[in-house]
Ligand binder design. Structure first.
Ligand code: GDP
Ligand code: IMO
Ligand code: MG
Length: 425
């Protein structure tokens, strides 16, 4: 494999981390190109569990160069804590490069987000409260933005930070009347310590990736979040603030999408969603709770219970089309093993009309009634299966139905969290 991309096709947590880890040994460079420490990727190998958030999953192999590219928003404190925690777990990270064009998350981003979410009350987006949206807002707005490259220039950084913090205090005072002013000098001192530790890793990652492409190096693009959380194409405003579908690879890394030879769409065998926004196949009953329990569906980042439901082929098919996937990896199939029968949503009925198009407005999505295809369960433990032909026929029929309705062939099936618990065609 030369240039490969792994992208989630639902609302995140599709087990992208496991697939990236599996493919990492076939690639020299792993690139994370969007999001920040809102992501939570769990990788299980050799009996050890690793929780990654900002770091590309390639970091677990010392032969791989990991790149945090331009589209990522970086909380330097969180990044250093993650590196320290991996080293406590005995991981000798490979080389890590960080884009000097990536934007930096500051304490005022977290304070602003907390105030804005509180104000929305019941309509809160349900963010991870990591300052992701407010940092991307400043990036798009430009006037309050600070990038890694700025942080590497102490005088310029001090000047810029003083100006931005003064303005942010005004904004925060308007949002929160008893706001305690943030001190630019204290933030500067703290962030300069981070800057000094990160300095050897900060570079022009776009140039690095283009040199690597010229030398035919193999590269794996690791997505965070999922296609339905994409700022432009997802269930707005209940989305994250970046292009988290396949559409984000080019802007997030500076590498044109046409060099990608294989785009792998990762899907869960059912649906989960964290935070607000419509989710047509959500099950607020004991089946939903059963899936939550069997799949241990609690967020890695915030610990929130994930909303669970049947597989939604309308939503996922849309995710697959906007991301342009070549094939699917169907994950967590084992979680469904105890159910008597299973349902897959093959169409929506909206105001009496049947459609397989995914609505562009959440008002319509909230009115969508799932039209289900019912399939028999397999009622067998499949966690030890390693060959497609050894899966029970009902499980194979389920996988075939997912592939058919989403419109892409299934190449990988996952039957447990471990690297080994993987079934390939
Ligand atoms: P990501 O954000 O897309 O990387 O996914 P998460 O790591 O947030 O969530 C996926 C969870 O499912 C993790 O805890 C994985 O260890 C776990 N997992 C991955 N594949 C399987 C599988 O096939 N079966 C089960 N039961 N768990 C899995
Ligand atoms: P991984 O990479 C699942 C969701 C949040 C919230 C919305 C906006 O682990 O798949 P944000 O903090 O980004 O402004 O929150 O997006 N969200 C995720 N849900 N998996 C993720 O990442 C997510 N990252 C953000 O729950 O609904
Ligand atoms: Mg996750």
């Amino acid at each position: 494999m030369a240039v490969t991309a792994v992208v989630g096709l639902q609302w995140g947590d599709e087990a992208k981390g496991k697939i990236v880890d599996l493919l990492t040994d076939q690639h020299e460079i792993v690139v994370r190109y969007l999001g920040g420490n809102n992501a939570g990727h769990t990788v299980v190998c050799n009996g050890q569990t690793y929780k990654l958030s900002l770091l590309p999953s390639g970091i677990l192999r010392d032969s791989v160069v990991s790149v945090i590219a331009t589209g990522v928003v970086i909380n330097p404190k969180a990044l250093l804590e993650e590196l320290d925690s991996l080293s406590r777990q005995g991981v000798e990270p490979g080389r890590l490069l960080i884009s000097d064009r990536a934007h930096v998350i500051f304490p005022y981003h977290l304070a602003e987000e907390a105030a804005l979410e509180r104000r929305r009350g019941e309509k809160a987006i349900g963010t991870t409260m990591r300052g992701i949206g407010t940092c991307y807002r400043d990036k798009a707005g430009r006037t309050h933005a600070i990038r890694m490259g700025d942080m590497m220039r102490p005088e310029l950084f001090r000047e810029r930070l003083e100006d931005v913090v003064a303005q942010k205090n005004d904004i925060l005072r308007a949002l929160v009347p008893d706001h305690e002013p943030l001190q630019a000098a204290a933030i500067y001192d703290e962030y300069m310590q981070y800057a000094e530790r990160l300095r050897p890793m900060v570079t022009d990652t776009t140039a690095f990736l283009h040199h690597a492409l010229k030398q035919n190096s193999s590269m794996l693009f690791e997505a965070a979040q999922g296609s339905l959380l994409d700022i432009d194409h997802g269930t707005f405003p209940y989305v994250t603030s970046s292009n988290s579908s396949g559409c984000g690879i080019h802007p997030g890394s500076g590498v044109p999408e046409r060099v990608i030879e294989k785009m792998i769409g990762v899907v869960k065998a059912y649906t989960t969603r964290v935070g607000g926004g419509p989710c047509p196949t959500e099950l607020e009953d004991e089946t939903g709770q059963h899936i939550r329990d069997e799949g241990n569906e609690y967020g890695t980042v915030t610990g929130r219970p994930r909303r669970c439901g049947w597989f939604d082929a309308v939503a996922t098919g849309y995710g697959a089309r906007i991301s342009g996937v070549d094939c699917l990896a169907v994950m967590l199939l084992d979680v469904l093993s105890k159910l008597d029968e299973l349902k897959i949503c093959e169409a929506y009925e909206i105001d009496g009309e049947r459609t397989t198009d995914f609505p562009s407005h959440i008002d319509e999505l909230a009115r969508a009634k799932p039209v289900y295809r019912t399939l028999p369960g397999w009622k067998k433990d499949i966690t030890g299966v390693r060959k497609l032909s050894d899966l029970p026929s009902a499980a194979r029929a389920y996988i075939d139905c997912v592939g058919e309705l989403v419109g892409a062939p299934v190449e990988i099936v996952s039957v447990g969290p471990d690297r080994e618990q993987t079934v390939r065609g």
